[in-house]
Design a protein around this ligand. Structure first.
Ligand SMILES: [Mn+2]
Length: 509
């Protein structure tokens, strides 16, 4: 195991830090060779096929996704909202639609110290543009031939002083060339550009109730919206339509999600054998983070849960700062983000390498339930139906193993299920961990949807209704599943979950 970690570190030096050196070498090289800078042969604020040939092919905006893919997403969104507004309109005159969507700002941990930047997922989905403080405008009216709309990106213009401190920017020319967007402008022109849409010919699609970028919203949108309200223009939320669209993944997206799943599964496989009594939860977190990054992930998709013993019963425990005692289980919920797509895995294992009989009993109960729920991820079923199945199975397992004594009747079954598993069995997965939240769990599954399957049993330390040996144990097993017409495709299957597999993995250290 130690060897594999070292190999991984070697890999880290070779690949990840290379980005940094490649940046430097290329910026020196290109300015020497081409006196006149060409947009695509200089550094932008994100990897390109020129600066990161090991990540992107020519024509790709982000790894695995081309200019055409992003253009198709924008066209499809326009088709969706055109259809919605047509349905809701009686008037004969054909109106236009304008979509206004901001990217995230840089967020600060303290004065001048930024958090790692993470682009807004809706904005990323439609542009692939990864610089902060940007804006997308889609105009369904100002149409060139053979197109359904015109896309404009507003970006931070180039600024040698700021670029010296914070790194290269695409600028307007770089943004057009790299993303294939129709047109780009400096952000300072936004207010002016918006004036055009203060007309009854347009419906405005902008989420003003929860602005993604508060500063740009205040600077540009506030006065625009005041005028729009005065003129009684229609302002609608765009979030729903984008979530509807993001909800069904293309094959290319599934491929990216498979890679996020594979990386995370492999990272768990490397991390599990390292645990031993008294290991700190933070150490497990650090190992997982490292093993994900050396395999090409950009970051962990969320602060992982690393919870020893009874702390596993705190569902969102992320302090991760305790020692895990001999004889305790550790519950780890973590996932890698891989070029905009995420994985979400939970595994629970004994920190000393051997399940106690009580731990084993509970673990097998959860695993049996999880396998049954995965098999239900088929077109036609709903996530709520799978939840119902989980609730029944958990109660059945608790009864069969005599963990609870009295058989609950009727609706009581759900109360008992909720007591021992207070969360849903599944959520949508994609670019966000809790993906496309506008989409309810009551709709039938169709191919292209990706979901998690994550039943758990949590028995509090002070639960006197169950035998003592079961108290203080929390177990969850979670995998990611793509719905296909051939049945469930488990994206995280490389991560061991059988009792024997886990014990064998841990005995090999
Ligand atoms: Mn999850």
């Amino acid at each position: 195991m130690r060897k594999s970690l070292l190999t991984s570190f070697h890999h880290l030096t070779c690949v990840n830090t290379n980005c940094f050196f490649a940046h430097r070498a290329l910026s020196i090289g290109s300015s020497a060779q081409n006196f006149q800078e060409n947009a695509i042969t200089r550094n932008l604020g994100q990897p390109t096929a020129y600066t990161h040939p090991f990540l992107l092919n020519k024509g790709e905006v982000t790894p695995g996704l081309t200019k055409e893919d992003y253009e198709e997403r924008r066209s499809a969104l326009i088709r969706i909202i055109n259809a919605v507004s047509k349905k809701q309109k009686n008037d004969k005159e054909e109106k236009g639609n304008v979509v206004i969507l901001f990217g995230e700002p840089i967020k600060y941990m303290s004065e001048d110290i930024p958090y790692p930047f993470h682009q807004n997922t809706n904005f990323r989905y439609l542009t692939g543009f990864l610089e902060p403080d940007s804006c997308l405008i889609l105009d369904s009216r100002s149409v060139e031939e053979s197109s359904t709309h015109k896309s404009t990106l507003l970006v931070q213009e180039r600024d040698s002083h700021k670029e010296l401190w914070h790194g290269a920017r695409a600028g307007t020319d770089g943004a057009v060339e790299h993303t294939g967007i129709d047109h780009a402008e400096g952000m300072q022109h936004l207010s002016n550009i918006l004036k055009k849409y203060l007309s009854e010919n347009y419906d405005i699609w902008y989420d003003f109730q929860r602005p993604t970028n508060l500063e740009l919203h205040m600077n540009h949108m506030r006065s625009f919206l005041t005028d729009a309200f005065k003129k009684k223009l229609k302002i609608r939320s765009i979030n729903d339509a984008i979530h509807q669209q993001r909800h069904i993944k293309t094959n290319k997206e599934i491929v990216l999600m498979m890679e996020a799943g594979r990386i995370t599964a492999e990272a768990f496989k490397q991390t599990i054998p390292f645990s031993s009594p008294d290991i700190n939860e933070g150490t497990v977190q650090a190992l997982l983070d490292c093993e994900c990054r050396v395999r090409g992930a950009q970051m962990l998709a969320y602060p992982p849960v690393v919870a020893g013993g009874n702390r596993a019963n705190t569902l969102h425990y992320i302090f991760n700062n305790q020692r895990i005692k001999d004889g305790e289980l550790v519950l780890v919920d973590a996932g890698a983000e891989y070029h905009g797509y995420v994985a979400d895995i939970t595994r629970t294992w004994p920190v000393n390498g051997k399940f106690s009989p009580a731990q084993r009993t509970l673990y097998e109960a959860v695993l049996k339930t999880q396998r049954a729920c995965i098999s239900l991820c088929k077109p036609g079923n709903t996530l709520d139906q799978i939840y119902n199945a989980m609730a029944m199975l958990i109660v059945q397992e608790l009864m069969a193993n005599k963990i609870i004594k009295r058989k609950p009747k009727g609706h009581e079954t759900y109360e008992v299920a909720r007591k021992y598993c207070p969360h849903h069995v599944s959520h949508w997965l994609g670019m966000d961990v809790h993906d496309t939240q506008c989409v309810p769990r009551s709709i039938p599954l169709t191919p292209g949807m990706v979901v998690t399957v994550e039943p758990g049993i949590y028995i509090r330390e002070d639960d006197i209704d169950v035998a003592e040996e079961y108290r203080g144990i929390g177990i969850r097993i979670e995998d990611d599943v793509a719905v296909t017409s051939d049945g469930p495709l488990v994206l995280t299957g490389a991560c061991p979950k059988d009792v024997d597999e886990i014990e064998l993995l841990m005995s090999n250290t």
